[in-house]
Ligand binder design. Structure first.
Ligand code: WT7
Length: 647
């Protein structure tokens, strides 16, 4: 056996001894008894009562799970509960003066809300929404950056049984309009604008354009962040005025059936269109609370910081619902990690004495690049546990994170999950399991996964295959629960299974290493984009004949988008370059702008005319090309190679 040289490349993960969590961590961990795995196994599905018990129910459930080998599945049938009550009201007797939210803004401005203050805000906003005529099961779209009004509005919605549809603030007007139109949402909450990297973003302009673009009539509530004194015409309302009118009002939380929708969120599917994912009130909240407790080891009263954006599922589950349901203090940071200085995050960890920090591997790679002097200048000794999510973390970044942020001592959990799963499914339990840097870990107690070959059979250790989830889980989305969507399992004619579309390997301890997406989605900096969506934006530019987008390895973002395009006669590269960037920004948002746009007279195609994306990805990554005998136009390869910039 040879040990790695730190690059994580030359040693198979199963050869490596696991790193045990330190005794001081185990002693205080929420879950530290290794028998938890067997106990869940022996008592499945009743084992999930342990998650259900973390919540307060208005009506107790009749059973933890109801279902057979195949959908429909029901989690906590008969149970009724309210998520806003679970995240706020029930904590008041013990922690009304404890902070629920710490908000830190981009210009050094900060605000805090105790649980009592959060209660007051959420009730006022819920009363305002109710007076506006919003009712249970209506969908309200929220298009806000990381400001306190965002979680306040989410909690106000769910207090009324209203479904929130949060759209990431960085998305474009078109992307917002598409998501509103699909949902039929008639109320939109946005803000005048906000600061990003020191400059103002005119958010309301984007919202105005989306409002015009959709068929339905839309009322817009505007939160004032920048004091732009924007004109509020017909159908527009001022958030602060609504809040103030209802200040002091109390709204009874509306009990919801466990399977009622809590919220909707869009993600990138395999088609060119955004895919709606609806999460349930009972199963989702129980799963999120349980994993926040067992994996993120959150305790009531902890100060916990997840540096994701609430606009993505990570923020929904582990900035808002998980930590607040457990009565912790959750940090909301509206800013970037290197503004004004590259030690910004560490300054905040020190200032707020953060106990648990959860971020994306892309951020860790950026910290590593910026240098250890930035964290070294701060006292980070309050940290007890570190986590990552969103993409694979390589061994070198994992070790750097543990060493320079975690003082060489904190356990690091590499948590695998996705928008569809709602909550963590694969990780280590930090108070129980040894860690293998580079591998996410095992399926959590009660979760069953496998790694299979194309025939659906389990692969042998170390062999690459596809990750599958072979048993239902509480946080499963509505379409999988009801059977409306059998996903890939139906297409393959197998028994019910969920295919997350990730490649993986498994070692002889059952640890799973996630290799990346196997579908046409590209994960950039932990955010998922669909190649089809990108390609249709690019081919929408007059003068572009064809486009193919692939992922290329990138030092900090993990993967970067490389667009290969061919132009129609009479159009020059110089004309088109800027318009491609604009088109992508308009259709999706600046976050999706390709790192490289490579012009080529033709795309590599098979004899049947299919674009050979595999070859483009190989060229973009400077990898061996593999078998290109099926290529109709092999002469193009040399041109592609010389036109591709180094990744
Ligand atoms: C995809 C889900 C879960 C919230 C963030 C992204 C990748 C996620 C890991 C991990 C390797 C990971 C997968 C997954 N992914 N976590 N720990 N190791 N890959 O949510 O946009 O729904 O994307 O992110 O490819 O399928 P998402």
């Amino acid at each position: 056996m040879t040990m790695g040289d730190g690059t994580g490349r030359d040693t198979a993960i199963d050869d490596r001894p696991a790193i045990d969590p330190p005794a001081w961590f185990v002693e205080q961990a929420n879950v530290s008894d290794p028998s938890v795995y067997d106990a869940f196994e022996a008592e499945w599905p009743e084992c999930w009562d342990r998650a259900g018990e973390l919540l307060d129910w208005d009506d107790p459930y009749d059973a933890v799970f109801r279902g057979d080998e195949r959908p429909p599945f029901e989690w906590f049938p008969g149970g009724r509960l309210n998520a806003s009550y679970n995240c706020i009201d029930r904590h008041l007797p013990e922690r009304k003066n404890q902070l629920a939210l710490i908000w830190e803004g981009p210009l050094g401005d900060a605000t805090t809300y105790t649980y009592r203050e959060l209660y007051r805000e959420v009730n006022a906003v819920a009363a305002a929404l109710r007076d506006h005529g919003v009712e249970a099961d209506d969908v309200v779209t929220i298009y806000l950056p990381m400001v306190p009004e965002l979680p306040i509005l989410m909690l106000a919605c769910v207090r009324l049984g209203v479904v929130h549809n949060v759209v990431f603030a960085g998305f474009s007007a078109d992307a917002l309009a598409e998501r509103m139109e699909r949902t039929g949402s008639e109320l939109l909450v946005t803000c005048d604008g906000y600061y990003r990297r020191g400059s103002a973003v005119a958010q309301k302009n984007k919202a105005d354009n989306a409002r015009i673009a959709v068929d339905q009539d839309v009322s817009v509530v505007v939160v004032e962040r920048l004091g732009l004194d924007v004109h509020l015409g017909d159908g527009y309302y001022d958030y602060e005025a609504l809040r103030a009118t209802h200040d002091g009002a109390e709204v009874d939380p509306v009990p919801r059936a466990a399977d009622d929708t809590l919220f909707r969120i869009y993600t990138s599917g395999t088609t060119g269109e955004p895919k709606a994912v609806d999460h349930t009130t009972g199963g989702y909240l129980a799963h999120v609370a349980w994993t926040a407790q067992s994996v993120l080891d959150i305790k009531p009263g902890d100060t916990y910081w997840c540096s994701a954006d609430i606009g993505w599922i990570t923020g929904h589950s582990y900035i808002v619902y998980g930590p607040l349901s457990l009565g912790t203090t959750t940090v909301l940071y509206n800013g970037t990690p290197d503004h004004p200085e590259k030690d910004r995050l560490w300054e905040l960890v020190e200032r707020y004495a953060v106990d648990v920090f959860y971020t994306a591997p892309t951020a860790v790679r950026a910290f590593m690049k910026w240098g250890e002097e930035h964290p070294a200048g701060h006292d980070l000794s309050s940290l007890r546990l570190l986590g990552t999510v969103g993409e694979p973390i390589d061994e070198r970044a994992w070790r750097w994170y543990r060493e320079h942020i975690g003082g060489g001592e904190c356990p690091v959990v590499d948590t695998w999950w996705q928008t569809e799963t709602g909550a963590i499914l694969v990780s280590t339990l930090p108070g129980v399991d040894g860690m293998k840097p580079g591998a996410a870990g095992k399926p959590l107690p009660g979760i069953e996964t496998g790694v299979v070959d194309p025939a659906g059979e389990g692969v042998s250790e170390g062999e690459a295959g596809e990750l599958v989830v072979t048993r239902p889980w509480p946080g499963m989305p509505d379409a999988l629960r009801t059977g409306e969507d059998w996903g890939a399992a139906a297409a393959r004619g197998e028994e019910w299974r969920y295919y997350p579309e990730d490649g993986a390997t498994i070692d002889d301890d059952g640890y799973i290493t996630v290799l990346g997406r196997v579908d046409d989605a590209i994960n950039v900096a932990g955010r998922r984009f669909s190649t089809m969506e990108l390609e249709s934006a690019i081919t929408g530019v007059t003068g572009i004949a064809e486009a193919a987008v692939v992922g290329a390895d990138h030092e900090t973002t993990g993967t970067a988008l490389y667009a290969y395009v061919s132009a129609e006669d009479g159009y020059t590269e110089a004309d088109l370059r800027e318009r491609i960037a604009e088109a992508v920004t308009d259709a999706i948002g600046g976050v999706a702008k390709p790192e490289a746009v490579v012009f080529t007279p033709d795309l590599p195609k098979t004899r049947s005319g299919k674009v050979m994306r595999r070859l483009l990805a190989a060229v973009a990554n400077d990898d061996p090309l593999g078998d290109i005998s099926a290529l109709r136009n092999p002469e193009i390869v040399g041109e592609l190679q010389s036109a591709t910039p180094d990744s």
